[in-house]
Ligand binder design. Structure first.
Ligand code: ZN
Length: 70
């Protein structure tokens, strides 16, 4: 009767890859939340708490292609 009432938060943090977003000279990192599926913005890498209350590690994506503004 031992239901799994624990989340995986304390064991291992999910890491999410951030996408750079430059807004008015400020670099923000946009991640897709592994918890709620929405996009959250952060100002830095590392351990972050999302607005929906979950924790994850924000990591940097590899620069695959740069969006060049027209
Ligand atoms: Zn979320």
């Amino acid at each position: 009767m031992n239901q799994n009432a624990y989340t995986a938060l304390t064991r291992e943090l999910p890491s999410v890859a951030a996408v750079d977003l430059v807004t008015a000279g400020t670099l923000q990192l946009v991640v897709r939340c592994p918890s709620c599926g929405a996009q959250h913005r952060h100002l830095g890498l590392g351990l972050r708490r999302s607005p929906c209350g979950s924790f994850y590690l924000v990591t940097r994506t590899e620069p695959i292609a740069k969006l060049s503004a027209a």
